[in-house]
Design a protein. Structure first.
Length: 119
């Protein structure tokens, strides 16, 4: 399985990677992107099975990155992972039809989403 992690903080990318490994218990190839531009540029050539997307990135919104990735691949599996658990952000994520929306203070919620993706 290939998992792209888009977050501008290296420590968070590592934490998310560990959560994925513990949940899936299978070999995983990680593609780490610090910027949205990097994620968009790499998506087509990497073709990840899953993208874990932060909303607040340095130069562009994770929502904007998600929209661009969905233009490249309408069936992309994207889970929004954010520090900002607001009704507005949840509505925007729902409108984009992402696989899930997980607040960073509830990262354990990622595991069931990962397991459902692999079944």
């Amino acid at each position: 399985m290939k998992v792209m992690i888009v977050d501008d903080h290296a420590d968070m990318r590592r934490v998310l990677g560990q959560i994925v490994l513990l949940a899936l218990k299978t070999p995983v190839e990680f593609i780490e992107c610090e910027t949205g531009e990097d994620a968009i540029a790499q998506y087509g050539s990497v073709c990840p099975d899953l993208v874990l997307m932060d909303i607040e990135l340095k130069s562009m919104s994770g929502f904007g990155v998600t929209e661009e990735i969905l233009k490249l691949d309408a069936k992309a599996n994207i889970i929004i992972v954010t520090s900002y658990d607001t009704p507005t952000f949840r509505r925007k994520a729902k409108k984009l039809k992402v696989l899930g929306f997980v607040p960073k203070d509830k990262l354990a919620e990622i595991s069931p989403l990962l397991i459902s993706l692999t079944q």
